[in-house]
Ligand binder design. Structure first.
Ligand code: DC
Length: 221
């Protein structure tokens, strides 16, 4: 890692508000925001669109070498096509934990992420940023919230987009299942980095979390 560059690592479980918070901090501190979950989602989308089984590791790895995932102007591109909305669909939510559990998939994404952090001042969010991707990050945070609250936030996002079919209980269940897979997988499981500051956002607004993190960053300098 380039010591002259700023690297802020934000880890935590699904629906904790990491990406909303990280985007806002990126704007305020003029950093590049890198959503690493979106990268695993984009590859999951590719696996699904090609009719491959996300639970079959050999099938999943088949397309890895021929896949290009890039960020440009706050959009994510899969093989040159913007997939911002498609990667948020339920079918991707249900399968991304399987695809992201395979070591070869993680190796490719981590290399891409480290390359991005070697060129720009970044704020990166995910599950293994402070532990694996940027172990020497200048600042590390772990944002969490109770599963029921995280489920409510995801539910609101779907409802705001006009999805009336979705049920809150199903989302909370899916979040708990993802927590379980993400934190018990063998390869880079979700865990709190030793040197991270933990923020429980259950009873905090986005602005409160953003202000708190910026204060902590400034205080640490
Ligand atoms: O943050 P998210 O919900 O968009 O992440 C989608 C999935 O990707 C999540 O279930 C776990 C996986 N992930 C990961 O394994 N490592 C990361 N750095 C980011 C996400």
């Amino acid at each position: 890692m380039n010591k002259d560059l700023i690297a802020i690592a934000i880890d935590g479980p699904a629906g904790a508000g990491k990406s909303t918070v990280a985007k806002e901090i990126a704007k305020k501190l003029n950093l590049e925001y890198i959503d690493t979950g979106a990268m695993y989602r984009a590859y999951t989308l590719k696996v699904l669109e090609n009719g491959l089984d996300p639970k079959n590791e050999n099938e999943v790895l088949r397309l890895l070498d021929n896949t290009e995932i890039t960020f440009l102007d706050n959009h994510i591109y899969l093989d040159g096509v913007i997939v911002d909305d498609k990667i948020r669909e339920s079918i991707v939510n249900q399968n991304v934990s399987y695809v992201s559990s395979y070591p070869e998939v993680r190796k490719k994404m981590v290399e891409l992420q480290q390359k991005m952090a070697s060129k720009n001042n970044v704020i990166m969010d995910g599950r293994d940023i402070g532990t694996v991707v940027l172990p020497n990050a200048s600042h590390k945070f772990y944002i969490t919230a109770k599963p029921e609250e995280r489920g409510k936030r995801r539910y609101k996002e779907f409802v705001d987009k006009g999805d009336t079919e979705i049920k809150l209980e199903d989302i909370v269940e899916e979040i708990k299942k993802r927590d379980e897979i993400d934190s018990t997988r063998e390869e880079s499981p979700l865990r709190i980095p030793d040197d991270a500051i933990v923020i429980d956002s259950t009873n905090l607004t986005v602005d409160e979390v953003v202000d708190l993190i910026i204060e902590l960053i400034k205080g640490e300098n």
